[in-house]
Design a protein around this ligand. Structure first.
Ligand code: BEZ
Length: 231
């Protein structure tokens, strides 16, 4: 079966799926994904190729933000379809891009998926983005995994659009809040702001759960469904 048929057949990983406990070669040696995560949250993000400009800016930003991920107990791991040797050389470019002399080693590993096996397994390849040999490149996938190893969020970007890591931290804050409280975060929400009571909760239940109660936003339909509360 051709790589192209595999890509079109693979559904990839869907929300709620347990990510496979794959083995991979990385810049910190061989890992098994579940053991690497332990009981933490995880973020696995893919890159089209080593030594490419947008990827370098993204990894430099991710490296700069690694303390923010650590504060949230999120283990970071990147993937690109080149070798460990290339990843190690590229890491020097990435860290020098930050001009951060205090921190010269990459603070998280990069998976070497030079055979594209993992990219196929996880549905990461973009059939529209090819290298000079016509082989598909990995898209910019973001998979956030909970401590139960299940996929909590996925975002896919094409190779030509770099990600926003502030947004990724923002959605992790939302995921971690809504994992334990019966709330949902509205548009453009930031930590500290009001949240929404989830629709499945009755007013009585909401009053019991949220000591500060909730406020209702009146709307023309007269339906009482927009309820704000403090998390
Ligand atoms: C980049 O990272 O700059 C890039 C990689 C593949 C296609 C386009 C851009």
């Amino acid at each position: 079966i051709s790589l192209h048929s595999l890509i079109t057949l693979m559904p990839g990983i869907l929300l709620g799926d347990v990510l496979p406990n794959f083995e991979a070669e990385t810049t910190i040696g061989k890992i098994k994904f579940h053991e690497f995560l332990g009981n933490s949250w995880g973020i696995l993000f893919s890159h089209p190729r080593d030594f490419t400009p947008v990827c370098t800016t993204e990894l430099a930003r991710a490296a700069k933000l690694h303390e923010e991920f650590k504060k949230r107990d999120v283990k970071m791991i990147a993937l690109s379809i080149d070798s460990v040797e290339d990843h190690r050389k590229w890491s020097e470019d990435i860290m020098s891009f930050n001009q951060d002399k205090a921190c010269c080693a990459m603070p998280f590993p990069i998976i070497a998926d030079d055979k594209r096996e993992l990219s196929v397994l996880l549905g990461m390849l973009d059939p529209d983005e090819r290298d000079k040999d016509g082989m598909p490149l990995t898209a910019r996938c973001v998979f956030v995994v909970g401590p139960d190893k299940r996929l909590k969020l996925s975002i896919l970007y094409p190779a030509t659009t770099g990600r926003n890591f502030d947004e990724i931290l923002r959605v992790i804050d939302s995921l971690q809040l809504t994992a334990t409280k019966k709330v949902a975060t509205p548009v453009d929400w930031k930590p500290g702001q009001e949240v929404m009571v989830i629709p499945s909760l009755s007013d009585e239940e909401a009053n019991k759960l949220f000591p500060a109660g909730f406020t209702l936003k009146e709307v023309p339909s007269g339906k009482k469904y927009i309820r704000y509360t403090k998390p």
